[in-house]
Design a protein around this ligand. Structure first.
Ligand code: PLP
Ligand code: COI
Length: 341
């Protein structure tokens, strides 16, 4: 398979349409078979549930070319399960988990020419999503839905790749207690747009959201979970019912414990503790692990001892081990790698 002529090394995190996408429609209480199509556009009624009341959820995953030339994806079963949770919370029909994985595999296969080569620094981002597609004017769930999967080749999420970033403590809340912070609903991202643009206008790369109820505990950013390292090399990550259960974060805890022999703690993390940590990183499919060098709390700077020029040593080991597993350089735990080709 001849690869597309793309400058892989200089890709940002942007949308570049690829040849095929998977589409299935839900009508009269059932999903159709679905198929791969070429049309990247969607036509629907102006009154669609997604357009009026934001009835939509999505997933984010990646396909990688391994050192030995296979194309693989990482723990797609967990994305399928998480999408099921999102659908249930949004009164949307579940797209069966085995069919979700199958649709992802088919879409990646059909876009093989866009899967960045091993060592290029880029990956193929996979975006499964679902939305209410028929007319609703009273506030209620749609009757019809579309499930789609598209792919797009991407580079690093933050400009500068793995250079440490500066974030600020955000005065806006991301998710309410008992709200929708734990699912991947489009609405969580719509309401973060003002906060992220405001952060950028003030010179920050990202927002650190605190818990909405007490504003004393660290939650997450708009698109990634936090991971901290203590001065005695313990890996600590916030536990909260209102953050997205990141597959990257859950995997990194296993990597830390089983591959690096580190102690790990998933617990409430008070903002007051942050100044005492040695390293801080943002983890997610798009972010991989992006190191945080500085956290600014209303003008008060917390400079992580790992500094602004490089990832901290533990973050680096976690990054290298996780990406090593994803790219086939390091043996993966059972069931983590789904070989596509
Ligand atoms: N938190 C939020 C709000 C996200 O959007 C994402 C991205 O998916 C994550 C965390 C990281 O999750 P994952 O590692 O499953 O990609
Ligand atoms: C991901 O990491 O896949 C995300 O969805 C984060 C962001 C692009 C919304």
């Amino acid at each position: 398979m001849e690869k597309k002529n793309i400058d892989w090394a200089n890709l940002g995190f942007n949308y570049l349409p690829t040849d095929k996408r998977f589409v299935a429609n839900y009508k009269d209480g059932a999903w159709d078979e679905g198929s791969l199509i070429s049309d990247a556009t969607v036509t629907m009624t102006e009154c669609a549930g997604v357009l009026q009341y934001a009835q939509t959820c999505f997933e984010g995953m990646k396909a990688y070319t391994t050192e030995d030339g296979h194309i693989v994806t990482f723990r797609p079963d967990l994305n399928a399960a998480r999408m099921e949770e999102s659908c249930k919370r949004l009164e949307m029909p579940v797209f069966p988990q085995d069919r979700f994985v199958d649709a992802v595999v088919k879409t990646v296969e059909a876009n093989e020419a866009y899967v960045p080569p091993y060592g290029s620094g880029a990956t193929l981002y996979i975006r499964p999503f679902m939305f209410g597609s028929d007319a609703v004017i009273g506030v209620k769930p749609s009757n019809e839905y579309q499930f789609r999967v598209f792919t797009t080749p991407v580079g690093p999420y933050f400009k500068g790749g793995v250079k440490p970033i500066t974030i600020r403590v955000c005065d806006f809340d991301r998710a309410a207690p008992h709200g929708t912070g734990h699912i991947k609903a489009g609405l969580n991202y719509a309401m973060s747009l003002y906060a992220i643009m405001d952060a950028h206008r003030q010179g920050f790369d990202e927002n650190m959201y605190l818990d909405a109820a007490t504003r004393t505990k660290v939650e997450e950013t708009g698109g990634a979970n936090f991971l901290f390292v203590t001065k005695d090399n313990k890996v600590v990550t916030p536990k909260s019912d209102s953050i997205l259960p990141s597959i990257t974060r859950r995997s990194l805890l296993v990597v830390a414990k089983d591959y690096l022999g580190l102690e790990v703690e998933e617990r409430e993390v008070y903002f007051d503790e942050v100044k005492d940590f040695a390293e801080c990183g943002l983890c997610g499919t798009a972010a991989v692990i992006s190191p945080v060098g500085k956290i600014v709390d209303h003008g008060k700077e917390i400079c992580m001892p790992s500094g602004m020029s490089e990832m901290g040593p533990v973050t680096k080991k976690l990054y290298e081990t996780l990406t090593g597993i994803q790219m086939g350089r390091i043996e993966a735990p059972e069931g983590w790698i789904k070989v596509i080709k």
